[in-house]
Design a protein around this ligand. Structure first.
Ligand SMILES: O=C(CO)COP(=O)(O)O
Length: 151
């Protein structure tokens, strides 16, 4: 596979998403890391964003609610190169009507080499990474070489 790179600036663009049973974890995590998070650009699915804004006053730009297409909107932002990190506290104990969207988001984030935290400890490690406050060259699949592959 051929690769190219995408330059991530110091100010990162972070997507914040949590299923209902994980929203309290997300709010607590955002509260604890308010000082770091406020230095970055924040997006979130509708309900997650609304609850974070209410609880922390962090400027989270809310998209549609997950089951109404919010996961797909985050996926679209990833494809457009507008998301650098994803914190997605998904619920491993419940079924969701939009499970195909959840899978699609996790798939597209993996494909685009997006660092993904699905639990508090990984989110802590990401936020404390040396790369967080530096410019970072992220490897990306070279899509021209993909389009020109032999079929
Ligand atoms: O369902 C979600 C992620 O799959 C989250 O959506 P909300 O933030 O709107 O609850």
């Amino acid at each position: 596979m051929a690769y190219e790179t995408q330059r991530l600036e110091i100010k990162k663009r972070i997507a914040l998403i949590a299923h209902d049973s994980r929203k309290s974890d997300m709010i607590q995590w955002c509260t604890e890391h308010h000082g770091e998070l406020c230095q970055h650009v924040l997006y979130g699915t509708g309900t997650t964003a609304k609850l974070i804004v209410e609880a922390t006053k962090l400027p989270v730009q809310g998209l549609k609610s997950g089951p109404l297409g919010g996961d797909q909107q985050i996926g679209s932002k990833i494809v457009e190169g507008d998301v650098d990190f994803m914190i997605f506290f998904w619920d491993p104990l419940s079924l969701h009507p939009h499970d195909p969207d959840v899978k699609a988001l996790l798939r597209i984030a993996t494909l685009y080499n997006i660092p993904i935290a699905t639990n508090i400890s990984t989110a802590d490690f990401l936020l404390n990474s040396l790369y967080m406050n530096k410019v970072y060259e992220r490897k990306l699949i070279n899509f021209d070489s993909y389009l020109n592959r032999k079929i």
